[in-house]
Design a protein around this ligand. Sequence first.
Ligand code: TRP
Ligand code: SF4
Length: 401
Amino acid sequence: MNQAATDTVLSGMRPTGQLHLGHLHGVLNNWVKLQEQYRCLFFVADWHALTTHYDDTSNIAQHSREMILDWLAAGVDPEKATLFIQSHVPEHAELHLLLSMMTPLSWLERIPSYKDQQQKLSNKDLSTYGFLGYPLLQSADILVYRAAWVPVGEDQVSHVELTREVARRFNYLYGREADFETKAQANAKKMGKKAAKRYQQLRKTYQETGDTEALAAGHELLQAQSNINQEERERLTGYLEGTGKTLLVEPQPLLAPASKMPGLDGQKMSKSYGNTISLRDDPKDIEQKLRTMPTDPARVRLTDAGNPERCPVFQLHEVYSDEDTKQWIQKGCTEAGIGCLECKKPLIDSVLAELTPMQERFLHYAKDTAALDKIILDGQAQAREMAGETLKIVRESLGLA
Ligand code: TRP
Ligand code: SF4
């Protein structure tokens, strides 16, 4: 695999127990797509779980392992993506510590999730050092792999924004090597006469006129060069932009196509509402949950006309059913031509058809503990290798090498 750093995607999930259809449609299906196009790293954020659950750690290890099983079941492929557990890669902690030295407290205190979560989880004492540092640990997770893209939900965008600010501050403080210009000039020569000349022209245009098209063309030119290594490319990027050397790479959030997976009661599907279908639910229970889920409250008898707009079942059909089926329901419901159980039947079939192959994969990996162990160990090795390279750059630029 020889892809540029711009192609790295990283995301993490806290080990909260069984994943449900909301995770599948909101996150995992997207990961399965991303793994085809990018160098993907997906990890279980078990240290992040400790920030709120430090008082009971009994389930963390088991939940972490099972979460990877759920990912595999959903189709995340260990041949394509690197899967690992955060606490197996101590480089995250080292980078977090070093970043904590130069991160202003106010940057962490003003992050919306800090006060929100403290209020929401008011039964817990979250005035801890670790909880305040939650988003900075997340920044370390991202920066340690030089990830370009971070698939996250809306609620996490401020954490990626913090990550960008931290990277900029770090590069500003430590990115000015003594012989930066000399080195950049030598690196430019390595690209060959023609490319070097064009690079110098684009740099001059951008720095003299602020022409962003010249900047974009410069980035493109650097991406296309095969004679320079990653470190040289990053130095040349810094030289092009007129900043210092890029020690840490600023990531971008990658907002997943919005999925508002409705739960069994019409609210958003969430464990705390008790309205979920888990990926591992027994097919009999899934059928039972769907058969008993509420419908349009106005439809008491079969002869009462209903309104799909007021029915949580129809919200699920919006996710699972094609146009023909939806029209059949629209007509049948409003004219009292079909019964609610009849309406639920194609939904039950679709959910079971979606989950059956996943449950087979889950059982396969759950039985083969050696195979799962190997996936987690291989993931750790791959992650540590990448993270180690960044830590080397970081230690050197701080004079700790
Ligand atoms: N904070 C994320 C969440 O609660 C989990 C997470 C931890 C994460 N580190 C990350 C997500 C790095 C993306 C990148 O969902
Ligand atoms: Fe809901 Fe379908 Fe019953 Fe209409 S027929 S109320 S859409 S379950």
